[in-house]
Ligand binder design. Structure first.
Ligand code: C5P
Ligand code: MG
Length: 161
C-alpha cells in the first residue's frame, strides 16, 4: 500500500464579469469600486479560487459540487462559508493548508493599498499567519477590462505527521 503524500499542491481559478451596482469583494475584503462581480453568490473570486484550490489538492472535485449555482438557497451566499466548507473537507482527510499564493488580475481599481488587508483576512480564514499568504496583482493590459480573474495555489500538509 502506498503511504499518503506528506504534502499536496492545490490550484484553483475563478473569473467574474464586472457590472455597476454590484459589490467587489476580494479575499473577504470589500474593495471601493464603481463596479463589482456579477455572481450568484457575493462573487468573491479570490475565495472561490481558494476553495477550489483546497479541494483540488486532495482531488475532491470543485465547489460547484457542494454549492450548485442554480440553488436558490445559495443566492448572495457569503463566500466565507464556501471556503469554510472546503477547509472542513480538507481537515476531515487529515490535511491543513500551510501556505497560499493568490493572483488577482483586474484593470481597475488598483489593489496595492489593500494587499496587507487581503493577506491578513485570507490568512485568518485559513488559520495561518499573514506571512504565509502571498498576494499579487496584475492588470490584464486592457485585454479583459470588464472582468476580474483570480488564480490560487495552496500547499497542503498532513496534520498527523
Ligand atoms: O499588470 P501590470 O504588470 O502592468 O501591473 C503592474 C503593477 O500594478 C502590479 O505589479 C501591481 O503591483 C499593481 N496592480 C495593482 N492593482 C491592480 C493591478 C495591478 O496594484 N488592479
Ligand atoms: Mg466565483
Amino acid at each position: 500500500m502506498t503511504l499518503p503524500l506528506p504534502y499536496r499542491i492545490g490550484y484553483g481559478e475563478d473569473a467574474h464579469r464586472l457590472a455597476p451596482q454590484r459589490p467587489l469583494v476580494l479575499g473577504g475584503v470589500t474593495v471601493p469600486s464603481e463596479r463589482g462581480a456579477v455572481a450568484h453568490s457575493d462573487g468573491d473570486a479570490v475565495l472561490h479560487a481558494l476553495a477550489d484550490a483546497l479541494l483540488s489538492g486532495l482531488a475532491l472535485g470543485d465547489i460547484g459540487q457542494y454549492f450548485p449555482d442554480t440553488a436558490a438557497e445559495w443566492k448572495d451566499l457569503d463566500s466565507r462559508l464556501i471556503l469554510q466548507k472546503a477547509l472542513e473537507l480538507v481537515q476531515e482527510r487529515g490535511y491543513a493548508p500551510l501556505n497560499a499564493a493568490l493572483v488577482v488580475t483586474l484593470d481597475q481599481p488598483k489593489l496595492g493599498p489593500l494587499r496587507a488587508e487581503i493577506a491578513r483576512t485570507v490568512a485568518q480564514l485559513l488559520n495561518l499567519p499573514a506571512s504565509e499568504v502571498g498576494v499579487s496583482f496584475k492588470t490584464s493590459e486592457g485585454l479583459a477590462p470588464d472582468h476580474v480573474q483570480t488564480r490560487v495555489t495552496v500547499l497542503l500538509g498532513r496534520t498527523n505527521g
